[in-house]
Design a protein around this ligand. Structure first.
Ligand code: HEC
Ligand code: HEC
Length: 470
């Protein structure tokens, strides 16, 4: 959908491996800083930038695309092949609170796709309302990061996806086996897993495959923005102020760390590189990457976040303690570059950062229809099935709902009116029509899709019957 008309050759060129070297060279050219030298306040052009912000020279498109470039529509896993059914299974799992112990927390609770992949909280509420100590980053474009988490402790989105499910303060499932048992008890999932992992046959429902499917879905969560339209040749895509902001972003040397198509997410850097970061004053002395590597030199190093969608993903930093984007920019200039910016400069940079907000297609935000619970076993003797008392996901309405046919995997845009209403997404213009089975299947409940709903208020899956028709 995005950028289909652009020259494929140009895109390939922008993503070529030699670009990294080019970025460094370009960075040095524009800011006098690269690699080890990045801590020094850049001389030359940037001095002009702070002296006379109104006259900031524009950065031309050739330079900008060498520093940044266009992101791909999809990040492929080098070994794991993807498929539409796998992505759809991943989407369904991402939205399903039955992956949590109490049946009330889904990935989407903390990474709400209707709110740019975040929950807009400083720290997120998980199992029994517990909160962790780090801010939830967005899942949009996460698959393109050098590694996952603020400290990079997971290599890729597939590995990452296992962690929250078993994390006691997040989704709190006791172990992989319990997750597999719960999924295997839902016939709709068994057929979806078998379709997504045909090579696994009967044994398709595994914790590993759950993570692979979620990863396959996350690899599609990339959507371009106005900045990309501009990089792609559409000059009017950016206003004069936004272009000046881009000029400042480049000349002030923000690009020593925030470069590449994601404007970051390529390296780990010390927070407080030039001027110490006020860890104590902010009440969050997070060791950063040292927590994972154990190495002293990694103390207070964090993954440089991607700045895509940053205008929508506050509050900011690993501690989520800065609500205002302008303030975040000021803190960066001060602590990472040893500079202080005036209000006009901050305003322009913030305006530029706003051009990185993705155009999220409804299909990327809409909650899918979840496969229904099976009717209770007549004997009631199924040892593997979670007991109704322990699992609010098993409700009378859910039990009564028909089990979707194996081919009722919801199409991306066919999440249907119920799902659209739940996530406040305008219904797709001309629904190709969810299949009868999918339409009649258990509806997605609104609370599960709403990131800020307290878990206690979250209705169990399929607690209410599907709204009749549309
Ligand atoms: C209770 C809230 C919560 C839930 C539920 C949750 N996450 Fe997260 N997620 C977080 C937080 C907080 C972090 C950052 C933790 C850290 O870096 O140590 C994070 C990090 C991530 C990252 C890394 C992004 C980056 O920029 O490094 C990805 C990807 C992700 N989560 C995906 C998922 C998926 C998939 C699920 C469901 C299986 C999920 N999350 C469930 C809160 C949550
Ligand atoms: C030396 C590397 C470096 C430089 C230079 C740098 N940053 Fe950062 N930036 C980081 C790191 C590391 C973080 C994550 C900090 C944390 O862990 O909270 C970050 C975080 C941010 C955030 C918060 C993003 C979020 O999702 O929470 C913004 C906004 C930002 N930087 C903008 C800028 C701007 C604008 C500049 C130039 C004025 C700049 N940065 C310069 C390394 C850098």
């Amino acid at each position: 959908m995005q950028g289909t008309k652009m020259a494929k050759g140009a895109r390939r060129r922008l993503r070529s491996p030699s670009r990294l070297a080019l970025v460094c060279a370009t960075t040095a050219l524009w800011t006098g800083a690269c690699g080890k030298k990045e801590a020094t306040a850049p001389a030359g052009p940037s001095a002009d930038a702070s002296a006379a912000p109104a006259a900031t020279p524009a950065v031309d498109r050739v330079q900008a695309t060498a520093i940044f470039g266009l992101p791909p529509d999809r990040y492929e896993h080098p070994q794991i092949p993807t498929s539409p059914v796998k992505v759809e299974l991943g989407r369904t799992l991402f939205f399903d609170p039955r992956l949590s112990k109490a049946g009330d927390v889904s990935c989407n609770s903390c990474h709400g796709l209707e709110s740019y992949g975040v929950d807009r909280e400083a720290t997120s509420k998980g199992h029994e309302g517990q909160r962790g100590d780090r801010n939830a980053p967005t899942v949009l474009f996460a698959a393109g990061h050098v590694a996952q988490f603020w400290d990079g402790r997971a290599a890729d989105v597939e590995e990452q996806a296992k962690a929250p499910v078993l994390n006691p303060v997040e989704m709190a499932m006791p172990d992989a086996k319990a997750v597999e048992q719960r999924l295997a008890a839902i016939p709709g999932y068994v057929s979806m897993f078998q379709a997504a992992f045909p090579e696994a046959g009967e044994a398709a429902v595994t914790f590993d495959n759950m993570a692979k499917a979620i990863g396959a879905f996350e690899r599609t969560l990339n959507s371009r923005s106005r900045f990309d339209d501009w990089q792609d040749g559409k000059d009017e895509a950016l206003t004069a102020e936004e272009k000046e902001g881009l000029g400042l972003f480049v000349r002030l040397a923000c690009i020593t760390c925030h470069n590449g198509p994601l404007l970051g997410a390529r390296t780990f850097q010390k927070l407080g590189k030039v001027e110490p970061w006020p860890f104590a004053a902010r009440g969050n002395d997070d060791p950063g990457r040292k927590k994972f590597t154990g190495k002293d030199e990694d103390l207070h190093h964090f993954k440089v976040p991607s700045l895509r969608n940053v205008a929508m993903t506050g509050p900011y930093f690993h501690d989520g303690k800065t609500a205002d984007l302008g303030e975040a920019v000021q803190l960066m200039a001060k602590h990472q570059l040893g500079r202080s910016l005036d209000d006009a400069q901050v305003k322009k940079i913030v305006a530029f950062l706003g051009t990185l907000t993705s155009d999220l297609p409804p299909a990327m935000r809409a909650a899918p229809v979840r496969p229904a619970e099976p009717p209770p076993a007549p004997t009631g003797a199924g040892p593997a099935a979670p007991s109704p008392a322990a699992d609010p996901g098993v409700g009378p309405a859910a039990a009564a709902a028909p089990i979707p046919a194996p081919n009722a995997v919801p199409a991306p845009a066919g999440a249907g009116p119920a799902a659209s209403a739940a996530s406040r997404v305008a219904p797709p213009p001309a629904p190709a029509g969810p299949t009868g089975a999918a339409a009649a299947a258990a509806p997605t409940t609104a609370p599960a899709a709403a990131p800020n709903t307290p878990p206690g208020a979250a209705a169990p899956v399929a607690a209410s019957p599907a709204p009749a028709g549309r």
